[in-house]
Design a protein around this ligand. Structure first.
Ligand code: FAD
Length: 466
């Protein structure tokens, strides 16, 4: 038997799983069909999108709030090729980092498409079509996800793009139409709006950001409108006419009715992602999938076939890099005979817009649906000294705590640096904290995180600064 474990796919799920397995003494190999490691996240997802959000946010700051703070920079302009190069360099250093980590941990890496021939046997076909068969005690499927397509709208990654094409538009479109007001649509819509595009977002539902706490989503919707993004909610894109120089996008009410035509230079299809298992040989190996194409696993990431596991975007649950990573660690530990575990109740979720949204735990809607009696503590950033100093006072922190036990059930932050502050809430919840525990924890002054403490105080109706 050549390997203890072969991981197919080197996204955040796969590469982290391989490293943890190697740490635990398992002889481990990875197979990657892409030329670089790191999967969606490092190549065309989290990393490049955050680089572009970061750069475009500075551009906007330079144009707006610098003067208010007494800094004169003149009228800033965008050098798009340089911005894209900065993003590419970011991607490159991250994917090289994974290569380094594989070598450091003595993980063998094979480039090519992996296919499960049978439990314990994986075929790798390289770019030249050459194949070799590897033997292993265990297999982890970490093949991730792909862009979801929209009927009647063909993505050419030039004028009609997925998130991948939207990360490398060679020129700022005059008019960008985004299909889908989920995280990816709002993040990339924000990037191109900041860089100068006129952005319209078409969403099938009657609200943006499905799954996010309703109050947060409503306030954020208003802020995005104020920033200049136009929305068409309860609407669906049913086709794009590409024959003219400008795209003519057909938009209908979600419930059906008369269509209108909206002109755009670029259309971004951001309606979600679907699990990717093409060419993996799952049917032949007898690995079961659910009706949405996700590999079915038990709480220990075991599929129905002994010795075959699955993690990350290819299984159920939020399609997030850190969820995939934690599953990678847990699966490796399970395979090594340890008690690997992921707490799905405490998985933070971040929208890296401006302001940011970060949340963990239950939303008010979920608590109401479950009949849980809860208390709400809220604190606005407009009452936080540091937020005022930073000229970023939009948003609030909201803490939801069990009415009887005071245990924190959910934390929702709309505001500056929400991404950093949500970690405090996640740790508190992981340790079963009450809102009083957070309220009695000393927070440094002046920090944005004092708004978290104040929201916790607000659960017991005793905020100090509001
Ligand atoms: C624009 C965008 C922005 C995002 N931003 C964030 C963010 O800010 N935060 C966050 O948490 N998540 C974000 N995500 C989601 C995140 O990228 C995914 O949740 C994460 O990458 C899933 O990891 P994974 O390991 O399951 O799969 P993936 O990262 O998709 O990796 C799967 C890998 O498997 C390889 N593969 C597939 N089939 C085979 C095969 N047969 N043989 C060999 N290799 C194969 C693929 O080439 C790929 O490298 C974003 C996604 C997008 C598209």
């Amino acid at each position: 038997m050549a390997y203890d474990l072969i991981v197919i796919g080197t996204g955040p799920g796969g590469y982290v799983c391989a490293i943890r397995a190697a740490q635990l003494g398992l002889k481990t190999a990875v197979i990657e069909k892409n030329t670089t490691y790191g999967g969606t996240c490092l190549n065309v997802g989290c990393i490049p999108s955050k680089a572009m959000l970061h750069a475009s946010e500075f551009y906007e700051e330079a144009g707006h709030s610098f003067a208010q703070m007494g800094i004169k920079v003149g009228k800033p302009s965008v050098d798009l090729p340089a911005l894209l190069k900065y993003k590419e360099q970011n991607v490159e250093s991250n994917v090289k980092g994974v290569d380094f980590l594989f070598k450091k941990n003595k993980i063998e890496a094979f480039h090519g498409a992996g296919r499960i021939i049978a439990p314990g046997k994986v075929e790798v076909k390289d770019a030249d079509g050459k194949t070799q068969t590897l033997e292993t005690k265990n297999i982890v499927i970490a093949t991730g996800s792909d862009v979801a397509r929209l009927n009647g709208v063909d993505i050419d990654e030039k004028r009609i793009v997925s998130s991948t094409g939207a990360l490398e538009l060679p020129k700022v479109p005059q008019k960008l139409l985004v299909v889908g007001a989920g995280i990816i649509g709002l993040e990339l819509g924000s990037v191109w709006r900041r860089l100068g595009a006129q952005v319209t977002i078409v969403e099938f539902l009657d609200h943006i950001l499905p799954g996010i706490d309703g109050e947060v989503a409503r306030q954020f919707h208003r802020l995005l409108q104020k920033q200049g993004i136009a929305f068409k909610l309860s609407s669906k894109v049913t086709g794009v006419d590409t024959t003219a120089k400008t795209l003519n996008v057909k938009v209908e009410p979600a419930a059906g009715g008369a269509a209108e035509i909206i002109e755009a230079d670029v259309v971004l299809v951001a309606i979600g992602r679907v699990p990717f298992t093409e060419g993996l040989g799952l049917e032949a190996a007898g690995v079961k999938k659910d009706n949405r194409g996700r590999v079915i696993v038990d709480p220990h990431f075991r599929t129905n076939v002994a010795g075959i596991y699955a993690i990350g975007d290819v299984i159920a649950g939020p399609m997030l890099a850190h969820k995939a990573e934690d599953e990678g660690v847990a699966a490796a530990e399970v395979i090594a005979g340890q008690a690997g575990h992921v707490n799905y109740d405490v998985i933070p979720n971040v929208v890296y817009t401006s302001p940011e949204i970060a949340s963990v735990g239950k939303t008010e809607e979920e608590l109401k649906a479950a009949g849980v009696v809860y208390q709400v503590g809220k604190f606005p950033f407009s009452a936080n000294a540091r937020a005022r100093a930073n000229l970023s006072t939009d948003g609030f922190v909201k803490i939801l705590a069990d009415a009887k036990t005071d245990r924190v059930l959910g934390v929702h932050i709309l505001g500056p640096d929400a991404e950093a502050m949500i970690a405090e809430a996640a740790i508190a919840m992981e340790f079963g904290a009450s809102s009083e525990d957070i309220a009695r924890t000393c927070h440094a002054h002046p920090t944005l995180s004092e708004a978290v403490k104040e929201a916790a105080l607000a659960v017991a109706k005793r905020t100090i600064n509001f």
